[in-house]
Design a protein around this ligand. Structure first.
Ligand SMILES: Nc1ncnc2c1ncn2[C@@H]1O[C@H](COP(=O)(O)OP(=O)(O)OP(=O)(O)O)[C@@H](O)[C@H]1O
Ligand SMILES: [Mg+2]
Length: 257
């Protein structure tokens, strides 16, 4: 079982896996220009797990998309390892993502013309792996979906699609795994299996985890919890699996998981 270091010293001398400085995102809306992310800065050490929590509309998915290089900020910079993501063009970001990032979206983003197994094989094939089929099959087994491996996305339940998306994200062995509500559509038992899998990757392969979640039990297992509100990180607390969700409830009255 993973035990967080109270002094966080295991990360103290590392270069960060991920760093963001003054990230803002402005979008146009019927009401005019809207700031949906407001000067967010953060650092995540290699092998660290962090949870981003906050009410619906707080800007969590927006922040995750910028950190993973899926979207570009209006202002600010992002580094993945020692590479400045925000200095790269679309192709450069895509290459960096393919090599070091796994992403589980809130809406899964599976390719509808590919089976579950083929969806998991795709990133391996794109990176030129020779054992794509066997590695993908193993990943499909790990998320408990072997009996559904030949199903197309429209033939899968929401939770099954989510598990395919998770298998696809970890099959390439990413250095950073971003997941937007990885347990959002899952029953407790499947959700726990998925969470155990994420923390196993974290413990065994040193995969850095950046998780957006409404699940305070999951957040409590992460090393750190960042609380977002209206486009800002307004407080932070230390996680650790020994703390109950009640103990880490934010003072600001954010009570709904
Ligand atoms: N392209 C866009 N144009 C206008 N507004 C947007 C755009 N994208 C996001 N928003 C707004 O920005 C805010 C933050 O959105 P975001 O998806 O990051 O929230 P979230 O914290 O992930 O919420 P949830 O928990 O519901 O997923 C929301 O109020 C949303 O309506
Ligand atoms: Mg979201």
């Amino acid at each position: 079982m993973k035990r967080p270091d109270p002094n966080n010293s295991k990360h103290a001398n590392d270069d960060p896996a991920l760093k963001a400085r003054n990230l803002s995102k402005h979008v146009s809306s019927p009401e005019g220009l809207l700031t949906i992310l407001d000067q967010v800065s953060l650092e995540v050490s290699k092998g660290e797990s962090i949870a981003i929590v906050g009410v619906s509309g707080a800007g969590k998915s927006t922040l995750l998309g910028l950190l993973a290089g899926l979207d570009v900020p209006s202002e600010g910079k992002v580094w993945l390892g020692d590479q400045e993501l925000t200095a790269l063009d679309e192709d450069g970001r895509a290459a960096l993502r393919a090599n070091s990032v796994g992403f589980v979206f809130q809406s899964f983003h599976l390719i509808s013309s590919l089976t579950a197994l083929e969806n998991v094989m795709l990133p391996l094939e794109l990176s030129g792996a020779t054992n794509a089929h066997d590695a993908a099959l193993q990943a499909i087994r790990t998320v408990g979906l072997e009996p559904r491996k030949g199903h197309y996305p429209h033939q899968l339940s929401g939770g099954e699609k989510q598990r395919v998306a998770i298998a696809r994200a970890f099959v390439v062995g990413p250095s950073v795994l971003f997941a937007d509500e990885p347990t959002g559509n899952l029953d407790n038992r499947t959700g726990e299996n998925i969470v155990d899998l994420l923390f196993k990757m974290n413990a065994e392969s040193g995969t850095t985890l950046v998780l957006v979640t409404h699940d305070l039990g999951l957040a409590a297992r992460c090393d750190r919890i960042l609380f977002m509100d209206t486009g800002r990180i307004d407080r932070e607390s230390r996680g650790g699996e020994d703390r109950s969700p009640e103990q880490m409830n934010p003072a600001g009255g954010e009570s709904t998981p």
